[in-house]
Design a protein around this ligand. Structure first.
Ligand SMILES: [Zn+2]
Ligand SMILES: [Zn+2]
Length: 373
């Protein structure tokens, strides 16, 4: 069927055909520098993530906030000021056909996001940065708050990139245009649902930050004798557990999934992985199921299970150079492949992805667990 020049375009943009896809095939294809520039612009946004009522107190520049606190952590695993990280940029994605490989970065560049002003970065996180970690509710909340702020920042950046992605079919044949628009449409459904969900959790955590009522914060802390070789901090919607059971279905876009945040930290006696989540009226119990499953993992396998989990669900991992370089090829490949899943929005995860694959990745020597309710 032929669409008239002044009718709505077939792609669903809401624009008239003549203002949208009419001459798309004749348009110039997107140049690599243009894609790189748009990616940098979207993820290089700078703003303070505090709730609106605190914005009047913002002071100083927007800083490169560390999602994994620098003072507490990165200095302990660096080598000559460097660590391994995966930083998605157009350049390193195209270099390896879309698969990210870890590279050495200066500790000042890794795992930062420009999501807090200098004043709030210092004041809000002071109980974490200036005090010893004891697993208090406010410290567990602040780890969750920082992880969630980064998720919000990342999702918002992806949403900002959508308009540019809709132009990815410039200069392509009509058939390719339809394929690309259909792919972008499905991607955008995921981005919109993700944006809606992180906004819900941002509002909930902002309320807790304002009221300092930490009653609904639950946490599970795994303490280790050694300093972890992998640092990671993120907020995720757990889809499966360590025994291969499906938890929540993220393709059900109607439901707000349960959010689980986690952070690796260095402690006085070694290190810890801290899981924090909200146990409020909206919670469907998926975080508890996930943690119960983690509790059944044998102590000697817990480090490898956590590392598998980090790479499977989060691209924000930071690695001790000597550890990463000590792994053999099958271990490198396994982790790089897991990370490719973590970075992709289209890849469907297998429910058994966290089950043991018999690769021993490290042992940070479990020293105890703490449950905070
Ligand atoms: Zn169109
Ligand atoms: Zn601020």
């Amino acid at each position: 069927m032929k669409i008239g020049r002044n009718q709505p375009c077939w792609c669903g943009s809401g624009k008239k055909l003549k203002k949208c896809h009419l001459n798309r095939k004749e348009q110039e294809e997107i140049k690599p520098w243009e894609a790189a520039q748009n990616l940098r612009r979207a993820f290089g946004a700078k703003y303070c993530s505090v709730p609106d009522n605190l914005k009047a107190e913002c002071k100083g520049n927007i800083v490169r906030a560390h999602t994994v606190s620098k003072s507490m952590n990165l200095k302990k695993i660096q080598r000559n000021g460097h660590i391994y990280a995966f930083i998605p940029s157009f350049e390193n994605l195209t270099k390896n056909n879309g698969v990210l490989h870890p590279e050495l970065y200066g500790i000042n560049k890794a795992s930062t996001f420009t999501g807090f002003c200098a004043q709030h970065d210092k004041v809000i996180f002071s109980p974490l940065e200036d005090k010893e970690f004891v697993g208090s509710k406010d410290q567990c909340f602040l780890l969750a708050y920082r992880a969630q702020a980064r998720e919000y920042f990342t999702k918002k950046s992806s949403a900002n990139l959508m308009d540019f992605m809709k132009q990815a079919d410039r200069g392509k044949s009509p058939l390719d245009q339809q394929d690309i628009q259909s792919m972008v449409f499905h991607h955008s459904l995921g981005v919109d649902a993700g944006m809606r969900d992180v906004t819900i959790y941002k509002n909930k955590l902002d309320t807790i930050l304002n009221t300092k009522n930490f009653n609904n914060i639950n946490a599970f802390i795994i303490n280790f004798q050694k300093i972890p070789s992998v640092f990671c901090s993120a907020g995720i919607f757990p889809e499966c557990d360590f025994q291969g059971n499906q938890l929540q279905d993220l393709f059900d876009l109607e439901t707000t999934p349960d959010l689980l945040t986690f952070s690796t930290i260095a402690t006085k006696n070694g290190g810890a992985v801290v899981f924090s989540w909200l146990n409020d009226d909206d919670s469907k119990g998926n975080c508890e199921k996930f943690i119960n499953s983690l509790k059944t993992v044998a102590p000697e396998n817990i480090t490898s299970s956590l590392i598998r989990f980090f790479f499977e669900f989060c691209e924000n991992v930071i690695m001790e150079p000597t550890w990463w370089e000590s792994l053999d090829k099958p271990k490198h490949e396994s982790l790089v492949n897991r990370l490719a899943n973590a970075a992709s929005l289209l890849e469907e995860r297998q429910a058994d992805c966290l089950c043991t694959d018999n690769l021993t990745l490290d042992d940070w020597e479990l020293s105890g667990i703490q449950e905070i309710k």
